[in-house]
Ligand binder design. Structure first.
Ligand code: IMP
Length: 427
């Protein structure tokens, strides 16, 4: 059996979708274990170009079962739109399943995400406003509605009346917003229930059987370690456990040996939303990276904050996740630069720091300390073997490997499946 977790090593948008799409060919199951429609996994393959928010990136292989696990919060409307998009391009989705235990994003979650962000003013987190935070908050507050609840319409109505009464108090009394009608929300939920019924299952026994049969299973993460609810740059984080340790609970898989914990990291750094990012470049170099890489959010279209590679942050990600290897993505973006910087340490309060601080206030004061290396200044997108990379690109990869303390198993030099250099086969 091979159980492989694929986890973001930075602030999300590292290119997990492409790597999962590639690895899923040999997997019998891909389980998405965290996040919700805030994620945007871009996949380019023979079916076309897709932005997947909820459906696991293994959906393009008819032999691969795709499961949306209990740790994901599901927006029924986003899921249905995504299915339409896949059907239009001829993708077979009959092996998609949604855990009965996955919580649903309700219309009031989306409204509250917006209102709460507005109320925070300058302290806003810059969320994707997809209702993810409020849905996880309700899960923990035991006010959630789960995918499995859609199967019992009478029970659903009772639960909705109870929950909506409380939500309407918050909407009207705290935010001065209009209340939602139970009947309207219920009618909409019933329509979703009919359309999604075929996908909603007790997925945990199915996963357990796959483990018993020693099948190769991929655990697909969303966002990145630095956005993790516990280990990210709190409070500028998302609301779920996005790290490898969260994969078991979020997938509905009992702890087994993970054969590989693959961290995904870009050859530079990006972040969307508020919060500290020590290597952010507010100058023309940052803009140049953004333009070359088209660093705009898949879910929100927002320009991403861009900067040089931060080895302090990624080394910390490796420590938190126990990466056994790394996939380095978007190396080709740096092809044209005559010199490239890598942050190896921080400087704060007159001291050199080489560990990622747990205090976000301290991180805000951290200035990057850079090593500068010459760029290779030649295209790499067509190369398929490590030894064919320009020597300066090889040394850049080796430098990151050394700084992060993890072997780089995969190098991605373009968005398409074949634009990949594999230095160690994972599946
Ligand atoms: P939320 O997850 O929508 O609540 O947003 C919380 C923070 O996580 C914000 O800074 C978002 O920009 C960020 N975020 C959420 N999902 C993603 C993602 O898939 N990629 C990058 N950033 C994300």
């Amino acid at each position: 059996m091979s159980v492989i977790a694929v986890v973001g090593a930075q602030w999300g948008d590292e290119g997990k979708g492409k790597i999962v799409d590639m690895l899923a060919e040999k997997a019998s199951m891909v389980i998405r274990f965290s996040g919700g429609p805030n994620a945007g996994h871009t996949v380019h393959n023979p079916y076309g170009e897709f932005s997947l928010h909820l459906v696991p990136s293994g959906i393009f292989y008819p032999h691969t079962a795709c499961i949306i696990g209990s740790g994901v919060v599901v927006s029924p409307s986003v899921l249905l739109d995504e299915l339409e998009q896949l059907w239009k391009k001829g993708v077979n989705t009959s092996k998609l399943l949604v855990s009965t235990r996955a919580h649903l994003i309700m219309p009031y979650h989306i409204i509250l995400d917006r209102l709460e962000e507005q109320a925070k003013g300058a302290g806003a987190l810059g969320t994707t406003r997809s209702g993810v935070g409020p849905a996880y908050a309700d899960k923990v507050a035991r006010l959630g509605i789960r995918a499995g609840d859609l199967a019992d319409k009478e029970g659903l109505l009772r639960r909705l009346r109870f929950v909506l009464e409380q939500k309407n108090l918050i909407l009207t009394r705290i935010h001065g917003a209009p209340p939602l009608s139970v009947e309207e929300v219920y009618d909409q939920l019933c329509q979703y229930a009919d359309r999604l019924a075929a996908f909603i299952r007790e997925t945990e026994p199915i996963i357990s059987q796959a483990v018993e049969r020693n099948e190769p299973i991929l655990l697909e993460g969303a966002q990145g370690t630095l956005l993790d609810i516990d280990f990210g740059t709190y409070p500028y984080v998302t609301s779920s456990s996005v790290i490898a340790a969260g994969a078991f609970a979020g997938a509905g898989l009992h702890p087994v040996k993970m054969d590989h914990i693959l961290g995904i990291m870009k050859a530079y750094t990006t972040r969307v939303g508020a919060g500290p990012m020590p290597t952010e470049l507010g100058d023309e170099t940052g803009e140049r990276i953004r333009q070359i890489a088209q660093e705009y959010g898949v879910t929100t279209g927002r320009p991403r904050r861009c900067g040089w590679f931060d080895a302090v942050a990624t080394r910390y990600s490796a420590l938190i996740n126990g990466f056994s290897g790394v996939a380095l993505t978007r190396l080709d973006v740096l092809d044209a630069f005559d010199s490239i910087k890598v942050c190896t340490k921080y400087k704060a309060d007159g001291k050199i720091i080489d560990q990622f601080p747990s205090s976000t206030l301290q991180l805000e004061r951290c200035q990057p300390v850079y090593d500068e290396v010459p760029g290779w200044q030649s295209p790499t997108a067509h190369l398929r073997r490590f030894q064919d990379l320009p020597p300066l690109a090889q040394s850049y990869v080796r430098k990151l490997e050394h700084l992060v303390g993890c072997p780089i198993n995969i190098i991605s030099v373009g968005p398409h499946r074949e634009q990949t250099i594999v230095t160690k086969a994972i599946l």
